[in-house]
Each structure stands twice: as C-alpha cells, then as structure tokens.
Ligand binder design. Structure first.
Ligand SMILES: [Zn+2]
Length: 83
C-alpha cells in the first residue's frame, strides 16, 4: 500500500458528497428562482411598494425585493392561505 491510497479514497468520498450537495443546492436554487425573480420597477426608490416604508439597504442588497420584511411576510402568509 502506498501513502497516497487512503488520501485518494477520502478524495473519492468527499467528491461524491460534493456532488450530492451540489444537486441539492441546484434544487434549492431552482425552487428559489421564482422567489428571486422579482421585477424591480425602474422608478423603484427603495421604499416598500405596499406600505411605502423605506426598506433597509442591507435587505435590498441581500435580496431582490420591493417589499419590506413585514409586507413580504404578510404576502407569503396570504398566498399560503389562498393556495
Ligand atoms: Zn411594507
């Protein structure tokens, strides 16, 4: 047995794990794609389109949204109820 053998085996296993993780991530991305596909209007001024409150810059940078967190959550609850 050579020294590299155990390392190769470990590499094999972690490669498999990475592949599983990647397909899992791809699934998640596909699921989130719709949610991410928010159309930001040209005249969007950074204020919530529902209540007009200013949306924190960090939130706008983290996700594409035209809604503040409370309105987004309310919308999600609404759409869940109507489904
Ligand atoms: Zn709002």
């Amino acid at each position: 047995m050579t020294l590299t053998e155990p390392f190769e085996r470990v590499a094999d296993i972690s490669d498999q794990a990475t592949r599983i993780e990647l397909s899992h991530v791809e699934n998640l991305l596909a699921q989130n794609k719709k949610a991410m596909d928010v159309i930001i209007p040209d005249n969007f001024d950074g204020c919530c389109t529902e209540c007009g409150r200013e949306i924190p810059k960090e939130r706008l940078e983290a996700i594409r949204t035209t809604l503040c967190a409370p309105c987004k959550n309310a919308g999600e609850i609404r759409s869940r109820q109507y489904r």
